[in-house]
Structure formats: structure tokens, C-alpha cells
Design a binder for this molecule. Structure first.
Ligand code: HEC
Length: 184
């Protein structure tokens, strides 16, 4: 009986093990922090991120790139449209006018994507706004991975085009239908 009590007293459960909670102070390390700094040049698995243009939207000289990393495919645009619908329409709405439901409920109104300044903004700028946020807009780097951010940029370009297309942008056979009025 006595032995059982002594042994039970020594038992240490996993929920009660010695450990540091995140970012508490520690007298053990000289810098007073319990968390150890990341060793320089550490790369998390799957995050080599070697191509700065792809991962930041900027060239080595710090200028925004003005093209998509690859020519947009229908699949990429569909993916971009879907992600845009999930993450951006609550504020920017489906047309990019900036009158989304959250805005109609009182959130700051973003500018329309169809103003000249944003129509002329380079592709990398949109990527950067999603990656780092902009003013009152939070960043989406945690929610949207780089490939999807580029797909959204491609879709925003299509949205912008949709509001400013000229007849010259329409393929010849379709244009003929529009001119003749015989199409649907
Ligand atoms: C919670 C609301 C909200 C969501 C969601 C949101 N935005 Fe915004 N966005 C804003 C607001 C507000 C601004 C204007 C910020 C300011 O001027 O302080 C803005 C500005 C912008 C701008 C213009 C920046 C400029 O130069 O004026 C772009 C581009 C943009 N957002 C893209 C996106 C994209 C792409 C998404 C989806 C991934 C997104 N936003 C999701 C609220 C939002």
C-alpha cells in the first residue's frame, strides 16, 4: 500500500510535463527568451521560394512585374474566379466595384478595380496587395497560396477587361455576329 502511494506520487502525466508556453520568459538562456531564434538560412520544408518574382510579384530591382508567371488558361481563370468569389467578393463584390456585402454593412469601401489607376497597375501589384494587405485590407498570404494568388490576379485582369473591352478585342467571327446583330 505504501509503495503504491509512493509510486503514484511520482507519476507525471503528459499534460503536466515541464515545458515552456510560447514566448514566455526564461532564465535559462542568456537572451531571456524561452523561444530560440530561427537559425540563419533555415528553410522550412516546401518553402525554398527561390523565384522572387513568383513569390513577391517584384523583380530583383524591386519593381512590380507586369505579367503573369504563365499564360492564363481557362482552368486558371476558373480557379481564380472561384478563389476570388470566396476571398474577395465579400468586400470587392463580384464585379470588382468595391460594393461588397461587408462594405454595405459599414466596412471601408475599396476603390473599384475599374478605375484607371488600378487598370494600369502591374500584375505584381495585385499579387503584393494580397500577400501583404493594403491599408484597411488584411493580407491573405495565410489563406491563399501563391499559385492561387496568381490565378486571382489573372481573373482580376479578365474582370477589368470585361468592363473595357473594345470590338477589336472580340475574335473576328464573333465580332461579325455583334455587328450584324444576328447572334443571340
Ligand atoms: C474585408 C474586406 C476586403 C476583402 C475580403 C478584400 N479586400 Fe481588397 N481592399 C479592401 C479595402 C477596404 C481596400 C482599400 C484599403 C485602404 O485604402 O485602406 C482594398 C483595396 C484593394 C486593392 C486596391 C489597392 C489600391 O492600390 O488602392 C486591391 C487590388 C485589392 N484590395 C485586392 C483584393 C483581393 C484580390 C482580395 C481577395 C484576395 C481582396 N482585396 C479582399 C477590403 C477588402
Amino acid at each position: 500500500m505504501a509503495a503504491t502511494l509512493v509510486l503514484a506520487g511520482c507519476r507525471q502525466d503528459m499534460h503536466d510535463q515541464p515545458k515552456y508556453k510560447p514566448l514566455v520568459a526564461s532564465g535559462f538562456f542568456r537572451d531571456g527568451l524561452s523561444a530560440r531564434p530561427i537559425i540563419a538560412d533555415t528553410v522550412a520544408r516546401g518553402h525554398l521560394d527561390e523565384d522572387p518574382e513568383y513569390y513577391t510579384g517584384k523583380s530583383a530591382s524591386g519593381k512590380f512585374v507586369d505579367r503573369l508567371p504563365e499564360a492564363p488558361t481557362a482552368e486558371m481563370l476558373r480557379r481564380g474566379q472561384e478563389r476570388f468569389g470566396i476571398y474577395c467578393t465579400p468586400c470587392h463584390d463580384h464585379t470588382g466595384s468595391g460594393r461588397g456585402m461587408v462594405v454595405r454593412r459599414g466596412f471601408k469601401q475599396p476603390p473599384s478595380y475599374h478605375i484607371d489607376r488600378l487598370r494600369q497597375a502591374p500584375a505584381g501589384y495585385f499579387y503584393d496587395v494580397m500577400t501583404n494587405g493594403f491599408g484597411a485590407m488584411p493580407d491573405y498570404r495565410g489563406q491563399i497560396d501563391p499559385a492561387d494568388r496568381w490565378a486571382i490576379v489573372a481573373y482580376i485582369r479578365a474582370l477589368q477587361r470585361s468592363q473595357h473591352a473594345a470590338l477589336a478585342d472580340v475574335p473576328a467571327d464573333e465580332a461579325a455576329k455583334l455587328k450584324g446583330g444576328s447572334g443571340g
